[in-house]
Design a protein around this ligand. Structure first.
Ligand code: ZN
Ligand code: FE
Ligand code: FE
Ligand code: ZN
Length: 264
């Protein structure tokens, strides 16, 4: 594996759907030959919000988890995967000032209140008739997330394909405005290997998106979206190959919210 690689999208058991100790994650990152690991658990909300994130009162335990990982003599970054929700931007701003984050990830999961598009609970909503409007809605939010100025990079760009549903025709009609927004906002995005482990069985984003982004010189990072130590670095060979095929020769890292570019 390229020694340039890191894994910056890693969850902890605090989100209630991940497992592993700080030590197990760090050991896994060493074993995978990565240069750094970064935790980015789902952000708490001020009120109880859903059943797949830590409560706000648990945030100190998250910092303790990361501190424990840091005590093991391996580079560990502190991040957060933040849900981009229209009208709740102020909360992300508040979170951003609470501690010294290395990076904040912006994610669009919610298309509207109570509808997280990657939740199998809402699979029935993805039909041949609805998929076009689901994608329209998702990518509009994705653009707003990119332009919000709140984040250091955006997660899993084409997440709504998770279960294999995609609109018909050339999907560049969705990718092009997204890449343009990234370029204009000078924002990075992640290649997320979790898609390889989902029904769609491909990376987020699609290769065509990657090529457009590489042509526009949009910075990139490769992440696993691990919810267990065994997933650290999973699919990175595939991601690296596809990034190189798209034209990428560099990846990003972050420290104290400063972007650092590293040659592959
Ligand atoms: Zn999760
Ligand atoms: Fe996510
Ligand atoms: Fe995640
Ligand atoms: Zn994620």
């Amino acid at each position: 594996m390229s020694i340039a690689l890191t894994d910056y999208h890693v969850h902890t058991p605090l989100c209630r759907h991940a497992e592993g100790t700080a030590k197990e994650f760090v050991e896994a990152a060493k074993r995978a030959g990565l240069a750094e690991i970064g935790f980015a658990d789902h952000n708490p909300m001020p009120e109880h919000f859903d059943d797949w994130r830590m409560d706000y009162a648990e945030l100190p335990r998250y910092f303790e988890f990361v501190e424990e990982a840091r005590s093991l003599g391996f580079p560990v970054r502190l991040g957060l995967e933040c849900d981009f929700i229209l009208g709740r931007e102020g909360w992300i701003e508040q979170l951003s000032g609470m501690v010294e984050w290395d990076y904040l990830i912006g994610s669009v999961h919610y298309l509207e209140s109570g509808w997280d598009v990657d939740n199998p609970k809402h699979l029935f909503r993805l039909t041949d008739d609805s998929i076009e409007s689901v994608w329209d809605r998702y990518w509009r939010l994705f653009g707003q997330c990119v332009r919000s100025g709140l984040f250091d990079f955006v997660a899993h760009p084409d997440l709504p394909k998770k279960f294999g549903h995609r609109p018909k025709g050339d999907l560049r009609r969705y990718y092009e405005p997204a890449v343009e927004a990234l370029q204009e906002a000078n924002l990075a995005f992640e290649i997320n290997t979790a898609g390889l482990r989902k029904p769609v069985q491909e990376l987020y984003p699609a290769q065509t998106f990657l090529e457009l982004a590489a042509q526009a010189s949009v910075p990139v990072i490769i992440n696993s979206d691990s919810h267990a130590p065994g997933e650290i670095g999973a699919g990175f060979e595939t991601a690296l190959m596809q990034a190189r095929n798209a034209g990428y020769r560099q990846v990003c890292r972050w420290c104290g919210r400063q972007r650092i570019v590293v040659n592959l």
